[in-house]
Design a protein around this ligand. Structure first.
Ligand code: PHE
Length: 371
């Protein structure tokens, strides 16, 4: 940077233009070095500083000693230079080099903004939910901090019943003084939203419930203490086990391809009777048997069953607190089915992911593959 302010020998327009062009060029050069706040501050002091700033020195060296007839021409050029410097300081840092003094270089590549993508788990959830939306289901959500009543009791898990041991529960602290049905916990499944929905709505009901659930499980390649489920509930007159089979068979074919077969195995859940585990023919070997299906040809994917009359009874007891004559869920007239599936497991199968932890790691090398 050249700090010297030369002596002006003449004050004619040509001489003034030469000097001010030189100064403007100097500003342009300085601007290309403005990369930080400190650079800009140094630039400001260098040109506009009250005592030693160049404009101050120029004003002293040239303006004061100028002959009266040259003062106007000098003043105009002086103000133009000052405005340029101020414009540099007002421009946003990154744009200052380009726009304030040099103009915009349209040959530079644009700033690339990569749009975000849905997380693979959310994408899988949307895919599953949309299969059921096409069947006329709507979506319901519920809280992750849930009461014992909704998560267990109304679903026919009595207090201290061993069935609770299958869902190792994370409980909220300091609840011992509350009645057991009001104690808070992290919901272990999405099934409590079945109860919330039935208390609030009369049949016919067709809903899917996607959401986060929590269990006190140690993390390994296939387990995570926080994971996702999608629950389904269909309640109406004349709903049979055949409807359940047909619905889930269709859903599995829609998700995994029309070649996929399903089979239903007897199982147990306190809130469904009869209950079943659903298996699909192995999507990796087509059912011939491979390492992925442990050479059985089948992969277990979800739980389901017909809504247990005890669940309707719990719902009716709640509804009767508001309307003692309520009979919307009379098990003589109303039946239903429910199902629940793990989203991670399905996403891992669809995308060949071998470790559940990848979904939560935030590692861009993993996530980028779904863009
Ligand atoms: N809530 C059960 C679980 O988390 C799954 C399920 C839902 C089973 C609905 C049957 C009916 O294990």
């Amino acid at each position: 940077m050249d700090d010297s302010i030369p002596q002006l020998l003449t004050y004619d327009d040509a001489a003034l233009d030469t000097e001010f062009t030189r100064l403007t060029n100097q500003v342009q050069v300085d601007v290309t070095f403005l990369n930080s706040y400190e650079d800009r501050e140094r630039f400001r002091l260098d040109w506009l500083g009250r005592k030693q700033g160049r404009l101050k020195l120029i004003s002293e060296a040239w303006l004061k000693s100028a002959p009266p007839e040259a003062k106007k021409a000098l003043g105009i050029r002086f103000n133009q230079l000052k405005q340029k410097i101020e414009a540099v300081l007002e421009a946003p840092t990154t744009a200052s080099q380009e726009s304030a003094v040099q103009g915009i270089d349209i040959t530079l590549p644009g700033a690339l903004r990569t749009p975000g993508i849905p997380h693979p788990l959310l994408k899988t959830m949307h895919e599953i939910v949309s299969v059921f939306h096409h069947l006329g289901y709507s979506t319901n959500l519920g809280p992750q901090v849930e009461s014992d009543f909704y998560n267990f009791e109304a679903l026919n898990f009595p207090p201290n019943h061993p069935a609770r041991d299958t869902q190792d529960t994370l409980v909220i602290a300091n609840q011992q003084t509350r009645p057991s049905r009001d104690r808070l916990l992290m919901r272990t499944h999405t099934s409590p939203v079945q109860i919330r929905t039935m208390i609030a709505q009369v049949p016919p009901i067709r809903i899917v419930i996607p959401g986060k659930v929590h269990r006190n499980d140690a993390a390994d390649a296939t387990h995570s203490p926080i994971f996702h489920q999608i629950e389904g509930l269909c309640v109406d007159t004349n709903i049979t086990f055949s409807d359940l089979k047909g619905t889930l068979d269709h859903a599995m074919k829609a998700l995994f391809g029309s070649d996929v077969k399903t089979r239903f195995f007897p199982s147990f859940f306190p809130f469904t009777e009869p209950s079943a585990d659903v298996q699909i023919s192995c999507i990796f070997c087509g059912g011939k048997g491979c390492r992925k299906c442990k050479h059985s040809g089948w992969i277990e994917l979800l739980g389901c069953g017909m809504v247990d009359p005890a669940v309707f009874a719990a719902v009716t007891a709640e509804r009767r607190k508001i309307n003692p004559a309520d009979d919307a869920y009379n098990p003589e007239k109303i039946t239903g089915f429910a199902f629940g599936m793990g989203v991670e497991r399905i996403a891992m199968m669809l995308h060949g992911v071998s470790d559940i932890g990848h979904f939560y790691s935030g590692d861009m090398r993993f996530l980028d593959q779904f863009a």
